[in-house]
Design a protein around this ligand. Structure first.
Ligand code: FE2
Length: 318
């Protein structure tokens, strides 16, 4: 049975933050969960850190194609941690600029608003991750998986879903899709440890092991977290459904699922759910049903992996 939980959608469908009045109308049902599990899950999601307000504001601003660079600069400059990280990246060997950049406004000139938006999103996600957890979940490899899925989903959207979805929205979906695992690793530690072991020992996908052991999968946990972080209903639904074969296909979920599959197939990073030869291609109508052909079509992920490594390195520095 498809879960009863459903976020009420807020128009328009474009992924981004929605205003508070829209969120107040959300009508969520967690009917499939026992009251005890609902309470535990709700408490775990509440204990997660807040999503940085500055980054929410940047996402909100950049939804408008007429957004002025100075508006984005003003928001970043209010966040000293983000400012330091952006300046560190732009002055790193990665960009190899001829002279040192000393201000956020110069950074925006060099990198453009879109890159600045993605940098701030990536740093926000990295900043929320715990350094370690008792569940035995490798957060650094998880981060590499998420960042490469994000970049791959954006690339797939650009190549195969142009005009249907904003590739930047697919990047956000990729970055956040498995965050429910972090909720579990942090606050349902013993149960998640058992689910990881169940999945490995029985050779079943992790989300199925989570349902069997915990009673809820990381899709729903991540969706509750994304809702708490006030992301759009479209993103919340996409995160909830990313392992549900009965979910309505959409450009965003197709790109996310195939990106996730290709990255697991290539064994880049690890989110506790390795590729299995028994898996059917996730979006056959859009991308075909030959996994090797899909992987070949996606091509080299070298640049995306390089970007991800840079994020992971700079993001964890204090
Ligand atoms: Fe997942």
């Amino acid at each position: 049975m498809r879960r009863a939980w459903k976020a009420q959608r807020c128009p328009p469908s474009r992924l981004a933050l929605r205003r508070a009045e829209c969120r107040a109308d959300e009508d969520l049902e967690l009917g499939a969960l026992t009251p005890e599990l609902e309470r535990k899950l709700g408490a775990a999601v509440e204990r997660m850190p807040a999503f940085p307000r500055s980054v929410q504001k940047i996402l909100e601003l950049t939804r408008n194609i007429n957004c002025l660079p100075k508006e984005v600069v003003a928001v970043i400059e209010m966040d000293p941690v983000m400012t330091v990280k952006i300046l560190k990246v732009i002055n790193s060997a990665y960009y190899s600029l001829p002279s040192r950049i000393t201000s956020v406004s110069q950074s925006v000139v060099y990198l453009g608003i879109n890159t600045i938006k993605n940098l701030s999103l990536g740093f926000a996600a990295v900043g929320i991750l715990p350094r370690m957890n008792a569940a035995g979940f490798d957060v650094q490899r998880y981060l590499l998986h998420s960042l490469v899925v994000a970049g791959t989903a954006r690339q797939l959207a650009t190549q195969s879903a142009r005009g249907e979805v904003d590739p930047g929205d697919c990047y956000i979906a990729g970055l956040l899709h498995d965050f429910g695992k972090i909720v579990f690793a942090q606050f349902l530690t013993a149960e998640f440890h058992d689910a990881l072991r169940y999945s490995a020992e029985r050779g079943v996908p992790l989300h199925e092991a989570e349902l069997a052991v915990i009673g809820v999968d990381h899709g729903l946990a991540g969706a509750l977290l994304a809702r708490r972080w006030t992301f759009s209903a479209e993103l919340v639904d996409c995160i909830r459904d990313h392992h549900d074969p009965r979910a309505e296909p959409s450009a965003m979920i197709d790109c996310l699922r195939v990106a996730d599959q290709v990255v697991r197939y290539r064994a880049i990073g690890d989110a506790g759910n390795p590729w299995r030869a028994t898996e059917a291609p996730a979006a056959p109508l859009r991308f075909g049903d030959d996994m090797e052909a899909i992987v070949a079509r996606v091509g080299s992920l070298e640049k995306i992996v390089e970007d991800a490594m840079m994020f992971a390195q700079v993001g964890k520095e204090q």
